[in-house]
Write a protein of this length. Structure first.
Length: 239
């Protein structure tokens, strides 16, 4: 797996994401690579995307078949995972076998019509999200179709698992992405969990819903690997 960490594009690190990477590795029975992408405001878009693309190409050059790679990301890392795949499409590079998106942040303009949850958010506010988005974008428009997957043609992307919480401040993004991807013909599995915080999967060690989400993500990755094995053996790509 290629795991792109969250943090609004302005914080977070590979070191800090060891716990989530290890949980995913155990659930999926696979290795997980977490690149230390450059962060804003010192390094605005497209710096993080360039780092993610460089890591993906390194995995290919290391001999990993593209159909065995699952690109994952939480929060802003989910948006970056979509930017990576859009870029792969544009550059006619091999696509991964699938993607897993945990509470993805997609529309970094955070429009006024976003539906806020009834319960308070202990981790992040809309004002904070907007400040993170502005720092990450720099001079890039939030409507740019590489930044914002809702504006992009996603036709041809591999199967996708999207997870979100019912009380997530970014829940609207997850719903919209699932609908848009399906409209583009992408095979989308969309899972909602009864939790009241954004990016709840990082609490897998003590939150039952997060633990369940990790297991579902692991199952998705194992199915992706099984599908890749059938393709290599000359069988059908269908699950």
């Amino acid at each position: 797996m290629l795991l792109l960490h969250g943090g609004g594009g302005v914080m977070g690190s590979a070191f800090g994401y060891r716990h989530l990477a290890s949980a995913l590795a155990a659930a999926a029975d696979t290795g997980v690579v977490v690149p230390d992408v450059r962060l804003a405001p010192e390094h605005p878009f497209p710096a993080a995307l360039e780092d993610a693309l460089r890591t993906y190409v390194w995995m290919l050059d290391s001999g990993v078949p593209p159909e065995r790679i699952v690109v994952a990301g939480d929060s802003s890392g989910g948006g970056l995972a979509m930017s990576l795949q859009t870029t792969l499409l544009r550059q006619d590079l091999p696509l991964p076998g699938g993607s897993v998106l945990f509470c993805p942040a997609i529309d970094l303009g955070f429009p006024d019509d976003v539906e806020l949850p009834d319960e308070p958010q202990p981790a992040v506010s809309l004002a904070q999200l907007r400040s993170f988005g502005a720092a990450y974008l720099g001079d890039t428009s939030p409507d740019d179709d590489v930044v914002n997957a809702l504006r992009a043609d996603l036709t041809g992307l591999p199967p996708m698992l999207i997870q979100a919480g019912t009380g997530d401040v970014l829940g609207t993004d997850a719903h919209r992405l699932a609908g848009h991807a399906r409209d583009c013909g992408v095979d989308v599995a969309f899972e909602l969990y009864p939790v009241a915080t954004h990016d709840f999967q990082i609490f897998w060690s003590f939150l039952p819903e997060a633990s369940d989400a990790m297991e579902q993500a692991g199952s998705f990755v194992r199915r992706t690997h099984a599908r890749a094995a059938r393709v290599r053996d000359g069988g059908t790509a269908r699950a």
